[in-house]
Design a protein around this ligand. Structure first.
Ligand code: SAH
Length: 449
């Protein structure tokens, strides 16, 4: 019952960081607990088949437990696992992938050890919402778990300090210029988000997302650019929507560069504010290198189709000189980047084509230019592949399908469908691109049986 005080032993944990135990035969989720904790908790919410409780005392701690090194980690929606050791987190992520493969994919396959790199300061991109503080001032921060309440913070360990410095200066200057933050309850105000991306050299590209045109935004942009020497460009994106989507359709450059340039796997990539780019460059490099290794078992030269290609990063990292490469992506600025990136990395129109469109058109586009692909890479958003995309892929009958996924559940669901079409794998490899958070990336190479 609500408000009951219970004693509970935690036997499992969810990707959101909720410990799981049982009380009176019912499953109880307890935030901020670890497997092996014995805790005193108070029931906050009771549903028919499960309840949610809040811990007030750890009676006997789990071996995995550590003291959180962040003052706001219990409130902030950024990290799920700051209260357990990183070694334990990697083991958990391996288990999440294995559990999904078994339960959802019905696949009992080998799950490799989680590949990892830097668990701190790894994010090269930060997007902060702005909001109005108690005294009417502009504030920024991350959203609290499952809410749009802003948690202000200082010294977030997932990223480098420069991002907070820029955001904080932007909020202060907006206050001085009387540029009001956006209010999502009534659609009024101007400043919605600040999105910043940094390359490995430390250069930063900033995008100010605003709800409407405001003549003081260029003044704000100039002040930011003047203050921070490592900012290479500032853009403005206008988002008039009333939903949670961060970017609107219109982007314009206010100061400096159009794009940020970065290097991965020895290649150079240009990226626009709206193009997808992996947030953890060191890990993206490991992931793409592994993709190349897995695909090196193919016959060469080959015709590679890279679906959901973003700025062309994976395809350009894995393709050899003799290979034909076709990439398909829905965001047009990312496709523009991909075309430039092909040239920057020594490819040309004879061996490379990037197309803007839905992934389901990919096989056809590739056929028209190069012939039927023998190697297909898919790297979809969290919702995974549409059935139609899987059908076009298997109908092309490629020898290999390399699936890179940021959600073990949809990966497992799709692998099950691929298996029904005769595409099988004996292993999945988790890559920890997002340490301390509940997210895990995986790579699976499906071969035609
Ligand atoms: N492979 C890239 C990008 C992966 S993220 C990289 O590693 O950097 C997924 C990409 O899929 C995003 O760029 C997104 O814009 C794109 N996307 C989303 N829905 C799509 C669709 N229906 N068809 C094609 N691309 C899509």
């Amino acid at each position: 019952m609500k408000n009951d005080v219970i004693e509970i032993e935690i036997t499992d944990i969810t990707p959101e960081g909720f410990g799981v135990g049982r009380h009176d035969g019912k499953v109880v989720f307890v935030a901020d607990t670890a497997v092996g904790d014995k805790a005193g908790a108070i029931v906050m919410k009771e549903l028919k088949n499960r309840s949610f409780a809040k811990v007030f005392e750890i009676l006997s701690p789990s071996q995995d437990r550590i003291d959180s090194d962040c003052a706001v980690s219990r409130k902030c929606g950024g990290c799920a696992f700051r209260h357990i050791s990183y070694e334990a987190e990697k083991a958990l992520k391996r288990k999440f992938v294995g559990d999904a493969m078994k339960r959802i994919g019905n696949l009992d396959i080998e799950i490799k050890e989680t590949v990892s790199a830097n668990p701190e300061n790894y994010r090269n991109k930060v997007q902060y919402p702005f909001s109005m503080g108690k005294n009417g001032e502009c504030i920024y921060g991350y959203y609290a778990r499952r809410s749009h309440r802003i948690i202000e913070h200082n010294g977030c360990k997932l990223q480098e300090p420069i991002f907070e410095q820029i955001a904080s200066f932007t909020a202060e200057t907006a206050n001085k210029l009387f540029i009001p933050p956006y209010d999502e309850t009534n659609g009024k105000g101007v400043l919605r988000h600040i999105v910043m991306r940094k390359n490995r050299k430390g250069e930063v590209l900033v995008c100010l997302v605003v709800a409407r045109n405001n003549r003081k935004i260029p003044v704000l942009a100039d002040a930011i650019a003047e203050k921070f020497g490592n900012i290479v460009g500032i853009h403005q994106n206008i988002n008039k929507r009333r939903d949670n989507v961060i970017f609107g359709d219109e982007t314009e450059r206010l100061v400096g560069a159009e794009v940020l340039k970065d290097t991965l796997c020895g290649k150079t990539f240009e990226i626009s504010p709206r193009s997808f780019y992996q947030v953890n460059a060191d890990m993206a490099e490991k992931l793409y290198s592994r993709a190349k290794e897995l695909l090196n078992e193919r016959e060469k030269p080959s015709i590679i189709l890279d679906l959901y290609c973003g700025a062309g990063t994976i395809g350009l990292c894995v393709a050899d000189e003799g290979d034909m490469l076709c990439g398909v992506e829905i965001i047009d600025s990312a496709v523009e980047n991909a075309n430039v990136n092909a040239k920057l990395n020594g490819r040309n129109e004879k061996n490379t084509l990037f197309v803007c469109g839905d992934a389901s058109l990919g096989v056809n586009e590739c056929k028209k230019k190069f012939g039927t692909p023998d190697t297909i890479i898919v790297d979809p958003p969290r919702k995974g592949l549409e059935k139609e995309v899987i059908e076009t892929v298997v109908n092309a009958s490629p020898k290999q399908v390399l699936y890179i996924s940021c959600d073990p559940a949809t990966l497992a669901r799709d692998c099950k469908i691929f298996a029904e079409y005769g595409y099988k794998t004996d292993k999945a490899e988790p890559f920890d691109l997002f340490p301390r958070t509940g997210h895990v990336e995986s790579i699976v190479c499906l071969s035609k049986q």
